[in-house]
Ligand binder design. Structure first.
Ligand SMILES: Cc1cc2nc3c(=O)[nH]c(=O)nc-3n(C[C@H](O)[C@H](O)[C@H](O)COP(=O)(O)O)c2cc1C
Length: 366
């Protein structure tokens, strides 16, 4: 399945070393002002080659809107957006065709598709496909802004280095993308950068955690059981390559807590119902409760590393070794921050359209 969503539906296509990566976004209300610059701003946050901490693949990642926008406004027709692949070097991938990289999708994809899969650069299993998520997320963010919902993500952990405090809204608005690792705290950011440099110098990689936050989400968003807001968010977040864990609010810590510690107690703030704590991460019974949605997403270390590891030769049917060459991110986390943001925005926009909070037509053309 390469489509997701119920009312706002994205269908992703393309491969890492094919002609392009693209998305068809169906169900977007008519009348949303939209230009390529809106999409480009978001894409620029996940572009490779931005710093020596990222893959050195030099892609401009320029978006082209192919359909669904006329004279600066969405028309209600499917929006097709593409980004061409320009800096492609597939030379090293012939070696991995029958020698799967440990930690990457090479082996299960080879079995699943009978060897017909495009293995160059990981094909459709590449992190490059998240370009499609970010393009959809850019539209979703604009839709959400019409009803005051703001979505942010930031890095809270790289290896052992953690941000152990809550960021302010102002920091989330202004500081995230000023840091090459997308951490709002300058001192912690520098420690995170140092650890990525250190593992990179040894040909290794490292994992980490991204926190996603959504503010001004009205209570009651979501559907019980299989349309739950946390279920839908987790579904999409788990479809970001390299994600190994998703937790809301207190997450796995909840298992060690008592009810008296975990329960978020209600209070009135003016005429708004709020809770004193947010261990539920803004979601109860699959429905938003009006508190900020808070989700933490754990990323594994980048699979492609230059260190010698064991693998198999699928043609010769023997054990062998591999040292992965090519251009890779020593840490996926910084480049995944805008992707997490996009996935949260997409899921919230899908639910808002479903409940009619965002109308199918935004205004009327004079
Ligand atoms: C933004 C982003 C960039 C990535 N860059 C790389 C990379 O440079 N090298 C690599 O081996 N994997 C990279 N990955 C991860 C692989 O795509 C992923 O680990 C692989 O498809 C296997 O899927 P799984 O880890 O979800 O099981 C990246 C993922 C994301 C989200």
């Amino acid at each position: 399945m390469n489509s997701i969503g119920r009312h706002l539906i994205m269908t992703c296509f393309g491969e890492s070393h094919g002609r392009l990566v693209g998305v068809v976004l169906d169900g977007c209300p008519a009348g949303l002002p939209l230009k390529e610059g809106d999409i480009q701003r978001e894409l620029d946050k996940r572009r490779p080659g931005l710093s020596e901490l990222y893959s050195s693949r030099a892609e401009a990642d320029k978006v082209e809107i192919i359909s669904g926008v006329f004279r600066g406004y969405t028309t209600g027709a499917p929006i097709c957006m593409v980004v061409k692949n320009l800096d492609v070097d597939s030379s090293v991938y012939e070696e991995y065709r029958f020698k799967p990289r440990p930690g990457h999708a090479d082996y299960p994809a080879y079995v699943r598709y009978g060897g017909f899969n495009d293995y160059r650069g990981g094909g459709m299993f590449s992190g490059r496909l998240t370009i499609a998520y970010v393009m959809s997320g850019a539209v979703a963010k604009k839709l959400l802004s019409t009803i005051g919902i703001e979505v942010y993500a930031h890095t809270v952990q790289i290896g052992p280095v953690k941000l152990d405090r809550k960021p302010t809204l102002e920091e989330l608005r202004t500081k995230v993308y000023a840091s090459p690792v997308r951490c709002v705290d300058r001192e912690i950011s520098e420690k995170m950068e140092a650890i990525i440099r250190e593992v990179k110098s040894r040909g290794d990689s490292i994992g980490g955690v991204v926190e996603g936050l959504a503010f001004n989400v009205p209570p009651g968003l979501g559907d019980p059981l299989f349309g739950s807001l946390d279920g839908d968010l987790a579904h999409l977040l788990f479809n970001i390559p390299a994600v190994k864990g998703v937790e809301f609010g207190a997450g796995f810590r909840a298992a060690t807590m008592k009810g008296s510690e975990f329960n978020d107690q209600y209070v009135y703030r003016g005429d708004r119902v709020e809770t004193l704590t947010n261990n539920s991460g803004g979601i109860l019974g699959g429905l938003s409760n009006g508190m900020p949605i808070s989700v933490r997403v754990a990323f594994k270390p980048t699979p492609s590393i230059a260190i010698r590891q064991r693998t198999v030769d699928l043609r010769e049917k023997v054990d062998t070794f591999i040292e992965v060459k090519g251009r890779h991110d020593p840490c996926i986390v910084p480049r995944a921050v805008p992707v997490v943001e996009a996935c949260i925005a997409f899921t919230l926009a899908d639910h808002c359209i479903g409940l009619g909070l965002i109308p199918k037509v935004l205004g009327r053309k004079s």
